[in-house]
Design a protein around this ligand. Sequence first.
Ligand SMILES: [Cu+2]
Length: 261
Amino acid sequence: MFNSLKYIALLLLAITMFSCSDDDTNPVKDTDEITLNSIVNKTSGDYTFDVLSEGTELEEGHNVFYIRATDNSGNSIANDISVNLMMDMGMMMHSTPFMTEVVTMNDKEYIKVDATFIMASAGGTWFLTLKSETMNIDERIDYTVTATGNVKRFIFDEKSYFVTLRSLDSPKVGINDFIVSIHTRESMMIHPAVTDLTTEVEMLMPSMGHGSDGNVSPVHTENGVYAGKVNFNMTGDWQITLKLKRGDIMIGEPIVYTLDF
Ligand SMILES: [Cu+2]
């Protein structure tokens, strides 16, 4: 009885404190109103790990997600943890391009992971490893990566390249962002950004045989991300051809994206 009264008192206090915000119950909102959905979580011994994302699932291609790592007092251990992203394909294992940093949102620390999943879960099992030697932590957390077709791969000069489409989720008539990222494979564990290419973009509406004006070939910005523009001057079937070059040398065959809207 006393406990439930205490609970009601806390609840009233919480309602008073947060009465100006709308729905605080499940999704975590930070000051910039980012809603984080739970992807997967694991409690192991004294530690709890929550994997959260703005989306409701992790996808083949570019993702930003967050890991909340706490001890049994609820204190963050984000700064003590090293993260790796791995895929077990049975005969071999590999990692994928990713970067991590510790960020604070709403007074809570998270490990922010900027990841490019180069394949979907159909090819094997994706998992992340969370390790700390000093805290004796060595955890594996499995998760699913859904297929999108956003990653194209090819081999040039005996090296694998991965070209990830980061825009055009919902194309519209007119000028649209056309953003790709490019990574290569140094080893199964190391996938550096490719920062030294130039690109050429070409637009075609195959059914009518015309292109469009005002397209901007993507140029490198940072971390292997290339940003440009494409102009869909009408609705219908479109073909975007992207050529990658290092100096005068074509890197791989032209990449072709088709869409219809
Ligand atoms: Cu794989």
